[in-house]
Ligand binder design. Structure first.
Ligand SMILES: [Zn+2]
Length: 405
């Protein structure tokens, strides 16, 4: 069984330290390099999809989360407030929605701006019990790939379909394996906002979008967010436990709570509907899944080190560093490994799941060539350095899963 915690330790992707606290992992250089590559991808995809990125703080006044309904319906999952003075309390935010509602409210809005898509890769917190914490899959400090679309009611189904397609494309690029789509509905109890008409309308929108997209799904009563139903895209870990990765939610309630409105085509004031969505979930949960799905051998485009240069002996070290410089200049994450026997270094490189090892012996050094060994054991005939870098660059750029291009 593949356990992301064990692989994460062996590949030095992240570590946990009791002194830092449970559920508060630290991303080591290799894990951070892979995560940054994925974050750049997320930003790029969102920009192309018409999202505008914002940056908002991971904590805010308690009143902000009272207005949003989190304090009432989600309070048990929040950390205790920090009291600065009797009338000034700050809380670590349990979600980004309230700040994004304030982005909408930052100036007057017209129907011409809708759908208005706001995105952020931002921090939020969840006061999980220490017993359920583990590795990256359940943490207390979360970096969420979040987005909120403010739109007119008539735009909802189109927007939800668009998000579902967007999510499927991202999963294909990253190698995420979804185990199923779930329509999470309201259940019994005070956890859920009491507005039956709103729940029925929002559930119908999501059901229509799933049907139109031709996606098979299960219904799960009681699994909705407190403010509305959601489509959850589930992944399963190697032990068979299911978790939600990506999600699309329809929310008729929060815009009214925040007093949001826009000027409609006829000059009247209308309240927008809010779609909450996450393309790939939190960076923590995403990587817990990616580490297990790929067995630590990430596709070249987000591998922590993409090219490891291995000189046969000390005489080829200058040539190795020259290849390293060219690789870095071409935008690759490259390293030189010169200590120890070549066999041991080749084995070490494969154990670290580095996609490309470039071996340089006397012949290669003299002719400006490298002999590439791929992580899967294949060996390519010697080729000019420029050709090798171009091939690797092409695999990275196209986000191909096939290392030979
Ligand atoms: Zn939200």
């Amino acid at each position: 069984m593949i356990d992301h915690r064990k692989l994460g330790r062996e590949l030095e992707l992240f570590c946990s330290d009791p002194l830092a606290g449970a559920g508060l992992p630290i991303w080591l250089p290799a894990g951070a390099a892979a995560r940054h590559a994925v974050e750049e991808y997320v930003y790029e995809r969102q920009r192309r999809a018409g999202y505008q990125h914002v940056v908002s703080p991971p904590l805010g006044k308690r009143e902000l989360f009272e207005l949003s309904g989190h304090a009432e319906h989600f309070g048990e999952d929040m950390f205790p407030p920090m009291r600065m003075s009797p009338d000034d309390e700050l809380v670590l935010r349990p979600s980004l929605c309230p700040h994004h509602a304030l982005v909408f409210a930052a100036r007057g809005r017209s129907y011409r701006e809708l759908p208005l898509r706001i995105a952020e890769l931002g921090g939020m917190f969840r006061s999980e019990r220490s017993g359920v914490l583990g590795g990256l899959s359940r943490v207390r400090a979360i970096s969420l790939n979040d987005g909120h679309t403010f739109c007119a009611p008539g735009q909802l189904v189109d927007e939800v379909c668009r998000e579902l397609e967007f999510i499927r494309q991202a999963h294909a690029d990253l190698g995420v394996r979804a185990s199923g789509f779930r329509l999470s509905l309201r259940g019994e109890g005070a956890k859920f906002v009491d507005d039956p008409v709103m729940w029925a309308r929002a559930s119908d929108v999501l059901r229509s979008a799933l049907h139109r997209a031709g996606i098979a799904f299960d219904e799960a009563p009681g699994e909705a967010a407190f403010y509305g139903p959601k489509i959850d895209i589930q992944v399963r870990d190697d032990a068979g436990r299911e978790q939600t990765l990506s999600t699309v939610q329809v929310d008729y309630g929060k815009p009214a709570r925040f007093g949001l409105s826009y000027v409609a085509a006829d000059g009247s004031r209308e309240v927008p509907v809010m779609i909450h969505r996450s393309m790939v979930g939190s960076m923590e949960r995403l990587f817990a899944h990616l580490i297990e799905v790929h067995g630590g051998a990430f596709p070249a485009w987000y591998a922590p080190v993409q090219l490891e240069v291995l000189p046969l002996s000390a005489e080829q070290e200058d040539a190795a560093w020259a290849v390293h410089r060219s690789g870095v200049a071409a935008g690759l994450r490259a390293e030189v490994s010169a200590a120890g026997s070549l066999g041991a270094r080749v084995r070490q490189s494969a154990l670290r799941k580095v996609p490309y090892a470039a071996v340089i012996g006397p012949r290669e050094a003299a002719s400006g060539q490298v002999a590439l060994r791929l992580r899967d054991g294949r060996e390519l005939p010697p080729m000019p350095v420029a050709a090798a870098l171009e091939m690797i660059g092409g695999v990275v750029k196209s986000r191909s899963f096939d290392l030979s291009g």
